[in-house]
Design a protein around this ligand. Sequence first.
Ligand code: ADP
Length: 480
Amino acid sequence: MLKSGIMVRWFFTTILVIALILTAISASIVFLLRDYYYETVENKLLSLGQIGVVSDYFSSYLGSDSDTFSARAREYVDNYQDINVAELWVINKDGEVIVTSTGFISENEEFPDYDEAIDSVSGRAFWQGEMSSGEKVMALSVLLPKTNGMSNGAVRYIISLEAVDLQVGKITLIVGLISLFALFLVVFSGLFFVRSIVVPVKKLNAVTRSIAEGNYSQKIEMNKRYDDELAELAESINYMTDEIDKTDKLKTEFISTVSHELRTPLTAIKGWTETLLCINENKDETVNNGLKVILNETERLYALVEDLLDFSRMESGRMSLHLKKIDILAELDDAVYVLRDRATREGKEIYYSSPDYPAPVNADPDRIKQVFVNVIDNAIKYTPAGGRITILAFVGSDEINIKVADTGCGISPEDLPRVKEKFYKANLSAKGSGIGLAVCDEIITLHKGSLEITSILGEGTEVNIKLPTLPVNLSERKDS
Ligand code: ADP
């Protein structure tokens, strides 16, 4: 999973930003509407409590005794029309509520707007808060004209804000839902769009990786619905693959032709050198030594040419097997026999152990022997004098397992996964084309087996070859 994939970037740069913008717009709408509603309530209170009207009504009762004032106040409340809109209180000069439109007077009620109105120049003041019942209200106290600077009381209008707040709540819900729906649409269409990029890009990535691994026959199939830049890119990659494929085939053909052309003169050189060595035996030592050098180098060149031929066969899929039922242990015996002398000459010990009954395998004997020779040859090549090469064979119920372990230089963990690649050399100082293991792996795979390499740098390498065996005819086992 990519940490900063297109999806993640799209989420942070688009969805998060849009979500923030939608939240800001929704919050602004809700606050503006709330302000508007509260202002409407304020205006309603002002229209109810017009100072002139209130003063006129009480003008001849100001300063009169409390009973007369109370009677006038009751009369005022009785004639009050807007009982459904706002509650009405009349407050006397001592700041006590003497009559209310609900007929109910609570002792615990606070009315700070009245105190504020007394101190204000305009003679009125608003208050927003909670009544003792917990109801949220907005109130306006309108002071009656003072006499000799002394308060004569006030009338107070109270409107409940519950309905307004309910309305604001509903609007908040609707705005929230609309915002969520808008966000959902953006996410949905965005996902569709981003997927139309991410999915083909992943496909392109997978195919280009496969092409990089040498599968030039791979073609990118794009969704025909979109004729966009990605489709163009896919077309270009397909074109590039075709061109690489052509060049690769040309290269393989060239290697094949050159190797064939080289093999004929090399065979002649090798044959003549051997003949001259025989003729010159026991004569001129310098000529003899020279001829041996020519023979050695010719054999090396010959092996290289064979490797190249195998490589071109492998590349063009022409590596064919001549399968027959063979005793694979006989091929292993042969390979060990061929190389044992060389190992001894180079001061390396070969320890070889295998069951002394045949292990029948359906295989191409030449190719299988080539694998054994190559693997043992590598073990000898990469093991210093004094080292040991252990070759063991185990025959299971349906497969044979051959181990070639050495105490050589080993392969570093970085190189290990790549040593089976064509022309990959972990050890550049040693002679070799780097093709041997690739060919061995191909041969073993064609035999439906496996070739695994484990290694510890500086300690040694172990090559493990597994091949399926044919059912054993018990009479074939010498020891059974
Ligand atoms: P080469 O002809 O170079 O030996 P191979 O394909 O046989 O090519 O091997 C590829 C690389 O793997 C070699 O260059 C060498 O670095 C490494 N290698 C193979 N076998 C051994 C081994 N037994 N010990 C150490 N390195 C090995």
